[in-house]
Design a protein around this ligand. Structure first.
Ligand SMILES: [Zn+2]
Length: 250
């Protein structure tokens, strides 16, 4: 199939989630026990799911700019650059190079779009943007000025093992509903991304978005709410992951 953005017939190996994320996780968990919370983790490689039938290298590179920023931010979690304030239910990451909140929102939307247009991913997860696929494509390739409404929360564990387990999470988008609004949700290394997939404006979602609340502590900071690891709806799936099994048995 030609590139789904520009029609170029020469396509490349496009990752649904950035390959560097999977590699970072493998490195962190000792090289043998990645905790991939995927739709079907046994069929997903350590470097992550890819599809060589959706994008040409030029268009893949345009989205790669957003991927790179999300990767840079994810590498600051759990370091001295991050402050977790349980009382205020808030995390703050400070990045000297300046946080680009719009790029983080576009990263969330790009993962959702790639998951939706990839038959390989769709067959595993069942996730699709449906009739809003073209709208997402136009946003992430900047053919319009719209920025998707995306929320980023920090997954925090109640003990050191679950807190570390949150840092090795990687999942692909699934569809959920909050107050009747459809969202895509996925996890990347201690972060939960929620991407609004419908056009109806919701003031409270927008108020909590990475492009509003997320920048509230200044241009060099990313701020968001905390999400307890133990309260994740997908906890049974996480507990089945190879990483957790390895930790429990050692
Ligand atoms: Zn292209």
């Amino acid at each position: 199939m030609p590139c789904l953005s520009c029609g170029n017939t020469t396509t490349c190996k496009a990752h649904i989630q950035p390959a560097a994320i999977g590699k970072d996780i493998t490195k962190r968990s000792g090289g043998k026990t990645p905790s991939l919370l995927a739709p079907n983790q046994h069929r997903i490689q350590v470097g992550g799911l890819f599809d060589d039938n959706i994008l040409c290298s030029k268009c893949d590179g345009k989205l790669g700019v957003f991927d790179d920023h999300a990767i840079a931010i994810s590498r600051l979690l759990g370091t001295l650059h991050e402050v977790i304030d349980h009382r205020a239910n808030r995390f703050t990451i400070t990045y000297s190079d300046r946080v680009n909140h719009q790029q983080l929102a576009l990263f969330g939307a790009a993962v959702a779009w790639r998951a939706s247009v990839s038959k390989i991913c769709r067959d595993l997860s069942g996730f699709t943007l449906g009739k809003n696929e073209a709208w997402f494509r136009d946003m992430i390739f900047r053919r319009n000025n719209e920025i998707p409404t995306v929320l980023i929360a920090r997954i925090v564990g109640g003990n050191p093992i679950s807190h570390e387990a949150a840092m090795t999470m990687l999942s692909y988008p699934v569809k959920i509903k909050i107050r009747g609004i459809s969202l895509a949700r996925f996890y990347v290394r201690g972060m939960m991304f929620l991407i609004q997939t419908t056009r109806n404006a919701d003031a409270s979602l927008l108020a909590d978005a990475v492009t509003t609340f997320g920048g509230g502590a200044g241009l060099n900071c990313l701020t968001g709410s905390l999400m307890p690891f133990e309260k994740l709806g997908d906890l049974p799936q996480v507990e089945k992951s190879k990483y957790i099994q390895h930790v429990l048995s050692s």
